[in-house]
Design a protein around this ligand. Structure first.
Ligand code: BYC
Ligand code: FE
Ligand code: FE
Length: 474
């Protein structure tokens, strides 16, 4: 039987004429659909959702909007257009032609990075699977599902690379991507943040703001890779990533707006008063922010990393926007790292620049996060309110790198373990905070209506009004 691949799996990788790839994907697809049904969004699988589907990479085709039932979403395989005569942009191979096949000596490093990237995509879908039950509006429900199907597509993107370029062990890794599960005691997801539960929409917005943003920076680093199919795959994924961060940024902004309304109505900024009126008090938002930001910082790896140096030297993984740097070799230069010393102090350790690449990328990420905070703080300022959100120090609550398990306060000052243990509960969401936020999570399904803890969005999706029926729930 012949399958119309362009129709079933939209692609620009000539899937229709590649028998080996077809066979691998045909085997994997039923497993993917089973996984989606078991560990994807609970319920709503039979409902029509107003979704964007990528059907080609050009400006018109990549964003096609229509009602789709999620299991019928056409998870496609797209690479950004090739760049004529593209050359290695950094490291020891600078200026040589990029690779269209995987060089034998870089095979295991590339496979490891593709698997780590691929692992996060289905992990996030698993983390978010229950949120549909408590969506604050149909608009938000639709955005959740848009993010979910696209993370599913990102998994397809990595599975395509594994199937097309890594033979038998690539196929085995592709199966493993569906076997590990977020939070599973025996077979968890690879990176810690992707095993943290996302039980409420505040966590979802923080996650899409802070954790999807790690995705942005990792994908931008891979978009520079000398392994050209990998670079082009990641470049296209970035077009979808922008919407995920938009959901987080505007989601938090809408919560802040609603809280400000309630504070103005009640004439009080006392957290208990705000909570009694059914909104999220600002200090609780700050604690959620502290949690997801500090967790996401670990995703950049150790600040001094010989792995990172190796990836850069060999041309496997670059820096985001590598073209903006003057020196693409980073061979003779160094980086000053501030690390903890033995006695509650810090000292400077000068390390080779290449070993500091994780830290360079992390710092760029922190700057980018700051822009979101500025957005939220401007809303507070415009309302004449004195409260401001702050980003914790990159030393705070770290589990990876020089600052792992070093007790500091959110400002990054070293403190004793006792002082840390005594105060950590007040810096992160408490059980009580989570229970309160949980109590607000009531599902709203009337088109255009919002739950009481969140303001409506400025506009709807793709020229549709806010009260459009984004998900047909009946
Ligand atoms: N949790 O030498 P290091 C996304 C491990 S998000 C647990 O610094 P390296 C998305 C590390 O594996 C983007 N373990 O490592 C967002 C290593 O273990 P081994 C995801 C961690 O390689 C939302 C050891 O610690 N993409 O797309 O320089 C929704 C030493 O570390 C963690 C990628 O991550 C952690 N947080 O850097 C959906 C890109 N961090 O080998 C999707 C691919 C480190 O000693 N991954 N370890 O056993 C990489 O580029 C690198 O693996 C890392 C780590 C940057 C993550
Ligand atoms: Fe993704
Ligand atoms: Fe994402």
């Amino acid at each position: 039987m012949s399958i119309n691949y362009a129709e079933k799996i939209p692609n620009n990788v000539e899937l229709g004429s590649n028998r080996t790839l077809q066979r691998a994907l045909e085997q994997w697809q039923p497993a993917f659909l089973n996984w989606w049904k078991e560990l994807g969004p609970t319920d709503f699988q039979a409902n029509d959702v107003y979704l964007r589907t990528a059907i080609s990479v050009d400006a018109k085709g990549w964003a096609h909007y229509d009602y789709v039932k999620m299991p019928e979403y056409r998870w496609g395989i797209f690479l950004a257009d090739p760049e004529h005569d593209r050359r290695v942009g950094f490291g020891d191979e600078f200026g040589k032609p990029v690779w269209q096949q995987v060089p034998g000596e870089h095979r295991s490093a590339l496979r490891r990075l593709i698997v780590t990237q691929g692992d996060t995509e289905p992990a996030s879908v698993e983390q978010q699977r229950l949120l549909g039950h408590t969506a604050p509006s149909l608009y938000d429900l639709r955005n959740l599902f848009q993010v979910n199907v696209e993370e599913g597509r990102h998994l397809w993107a990595m599975v395509y690379l594994l199937h097309a370029y890594f033979g038998r062990d690539g196929r085995e890794e592709a199966e493993e991507l569906l076997a590990r599960h977020s939070g599973d005691a025996d077979n968890p997801r690879i990176l810690a943040t992707f095993n943290e539960p996302i039980r409420d929409w505040l966590s979802f917005f923080m996650f899409t703001f802070f954790t999807d943003r790690d995705g942005k920076f990792q994908l931008k680093s891979f978009a520079e890779s000398s392994f050209d199919p990998f670079a082009r795959t990641c470049k296209f994924m970035l077009t979808e990533e922008a919407h995920h961060m938009f959901v987080g940024d505007t989601g938090i902004a809408r919560v802040v707006r609603r809280t400000l309304e309630v504070m103005s109505e009640t004439g009080s900024d006392d957290p208990d008063t705000v909570r009694h009126a059914g909104a999220v008090d600002l200090p609780t938002l700050q604690r959620y922010l502290n949690f997801w930001f500090s967790s996401s910082l670990d995703l950049f790896g150790a600040d001094a990393s010989s792995n990172a140096a190796q990836y850069f030297a060999t041309g496997i993984k670059g820096r985001p926007d590598e073209k903006k740097f003057a020196d693409h070799l980073a061979a003779g230069t160094s980086f000053d790292l501030e690390i903890p010393d033995g006695s509650l102090g810090t000292r400077v350790d000068t390390i080779p620049m290449r070993n500091a690449m994780n830290e360079v990328v992390r710092n760029a990420y922190v700057d980018d996060c700051m822009k979101g905070l500025t957005h939220w703080n401007r809303i507070l300022e415009a309302a004449g309110h004195a409260y401001r959100f702050t980003l914790p120090s990159t030393r705070f609550r770290r589990g990876i790198g020089s600052w792992a398990n070093i007790p500091t306060d959110p400002a990054g000052n070293r403190i004793t373990q006792e002082a840390y243990d005594a105060q950590l509960g007040s810096w992160l969401p408490s059980d009580d905070d989570r229970a309160f936020v949980g109590s607000l999570m009531q599902r709203v399904t009337e088109p255009g209506k919002m739950a009481g803890w969140i303001a409506p969005p400025d506009k709807g999706v793709k020229d549709r009004p806010v009260d459009y029926e984004y998900v047909r729930v009946v």
